[in-house]
Design a protein around this ligand. Structure first.
Ligand SMILES: [Zn+2]
Ligand SMILES: [Zn+2]
Length: 259
């Protein structure tokens, strides 16, 4: 809070600086800094040196003040962040006692199909989280990002789905060690309960979807993959039968209910 007040004061001072500079030039003029008066009240050289100092020293001081205030507010931010982490870690046994369940987005990739998070990790319908950042972690670790995430609110996940075309909305139950956040959960293991079919074909966005089809997506280097979408009869007609799965077939292969 004090940092904020300092910043406001500094900004107010900067706004005043031109006025202050003009006032000082005026005083210097009145004192004879710019005249050829033979007997000035104050020695001309002294006045000019003082003016130069004012023009150089004040801006430098302001820049230094900005750097100091900026750094201290960075520190404040860091402190707030580490407090959050401490809070999450305060008592590792004081975990949510409510049932953890929610909604999230997944792509369907590979053959046979698997769930793929938007971060690129693939998982089965019933899976324990792995940590890609530290092999010693059994997720979730408070200070790390590892674990399965889900939103509490279906509406929020649906909104995410609307800005991630190609992703499916899924419902999950979460188990094991878990952390509760305002909008969601992060847990040790996850069971996908249901996959929600979009109401429209994922290609034409007009007709009702009838079948899953897979297309090969070319990425950089080795990152090419098969991706599954639902399409209407027309948008799926050019696919070979081995690149199609009925809703039931996909449900069986993923071991998940399709809604
Ligand atoms: Zn981790
Ligand atoms: Zn279509």
């Amino acid at each position: 809070m004090a940092k904020m007040i300092n910043k406001v004061r500094l900004i107010k001072f900067i706004r005043l600086y031109p006025l202050l500079a003009i006032a000082i030039l005026l005083i210097a003029y009145l004192l004879g800094a710019f005249s050829d008066q033979s007997d000035p009240i104050i020695d001309q050289q002294y006045l000019i040196t003082a003016l130069y100092l004012f023009i150089v020293v004040v801006p430098v001081a302001v820049i230094i003040a900005f750097l100091i205030i900026g750094k201290s507010s960075d520190n404040l931010f860091k402190q707030v962040k580490s407090d959050e982490i401490k809070f999450a870690n305060q008592d590792p046994f004081n975990l949510p006692k409510v049932k953890m369940g929610g909604y999230k987005l997944a792509l369907l990739t590979n053959r046979p199909p698997e769930f793929t998070g938007l971060t690129g990790d693939t998982y089965q319908a019933d899976a324990a989280a792995l940590c890609n950042l530290n092999p010693n972690h059994t997720p979730p670790v408070a200070q790390c990002e590892c674990g399965f995430y889900a939103y509490k609110d279906k509406g929020e996940a649906r909104f995410e789905a609307s800005i991630n075309p190609g992703a499916f909305l899924i419902a999950v139950d979460l188990y094991g060690v878990g952390f509760e956040y305002e909008r969601g959960w992060r847990s040790e293991s996850q069971v996908v309960k249901a996959l929600y079919l979009p109401k429209r074909c994922m290609r034409c966005r007009v007709l009702t979807p009838k079948v899953f089809v897979t297309t090969f997506k070319l990425g950089y280097g080795t990152s090419s993959w098969w991706q599954w979408q639902v399409r209407c009869g027309i948008c799926s007609s050019s696919f070979k039968s081995e690149d199609k799965l009925s809703f039931n077939q996909l449900a069986q292969q993923l071991k998940v209910e399709i809604r």
